[in-house]
Design a protein. Structure first.
Length: 246
């Protein structure tokens, strides 16, 4: 994407950002600059930072290992399939995807591989916090918000022994209420996966989510050692699609 077309504003002064220094630095007209991390991403957090607790390096590694093993590939395919129609309708043939709460970028890659070369026409939120006013602000008319949430019984076979967090009651109603001022529902579908996981997979599954902030790592290692060679686990997702209310 040409530097002049970058859909990014400086978080300090809200002027447009452009690449400099061989695409390793972003700078605005006022001179505020942001350097790429070694892994290639840019961090735009300024001031006192955020109120939430960032995932640890170990949690990110567990998520990367679990997702790379392909256990949730049908979920990634489903998200990409729901995002693709909106991307095909993008103006000027330049679709833009905002993967909120991106984590390792696993689901964004699935969308990109399906239809989003040079890839805000679609916002995807997979097990991440939601900011409805901001999503509505950045989405174009006709854009889509794709949200993945767990359903009752999700990972029930291992959630208790692994110390994972339970599913909030009335989660669908809470989701609709949190988005209602800015979004209207378009569609919803359920996806069930029958997983067969090894002990390390179960440990990664427990550690890669929000429970990873609270789990005793030593206890998790002991649990891994006590698990059978294979554990059958049910993953139950709801994929909800919304459109902005204009």
């Amino acid at each position: 994407m040409p530097a002049a077309d970058l859909p990014l504003l400086c978080p300090v002064c809200r002027q447009g950002l452009r690449f400099t220094g061989g695409a390793r630095t972003l700078v605005c007209g006022a001179g505020h600059s942001f350097d790429a991390a070694r892994q290639g991403y840019f961090n735009f957090l300024v001031g006192k930072g955020t109120v939430f607790e960032a995932d640890s390096a170990e949690m990110v590694a567990a998520r990367f290992d679990f997702l790379s093993a392909g256990h949730y590939q049908p979920l990634a395919d489903a998200v990409a399939g729901l995002a693709t129609p909106a991307l095909r309708e993008a103006p000027a043939g330049r679709p833009l995807v905002l993967d909120a709460g991106t984590g390792t970028g696993h689901y964004l890659r699935a969308v990109r591989d399906r239809a989003a070369e040079n890839a805000v026409d679609v916002v995807t939120v997979v097990f991440a916090p939601r900011n409805a006013p901001e999503f509505a602000r950045v989405l174009r008319p006709g854009g889509r918000l794709v949200v993945v949430t767990p359903r009752p019984g999700h990972l029930a076979e291992v959630a208790g022994p692994a110390g994972m967090l339970g599913i909030e009651p009335a989660k669908d109603e809470r989701l609709a209420a949190s988005l209602g001022q800015h979004f209207a529902p378009v569609a919803a579908s359920d996806l069930d996966l029958a997983l067969t996981l090894g002990p390390r997979d179960v440990a990664n599954l427990a550690y890669m989510g929000p429970a990873g902030h609270h789990l005793d790592r030593a206890a998790l290692v002991a649990l891994e050692a006590a698990l059978p060679e294979r554990t059958s686990v049910s993953a139950r997702f709801r994929i909800s699609v919304f459109q902005p209310i204009r």
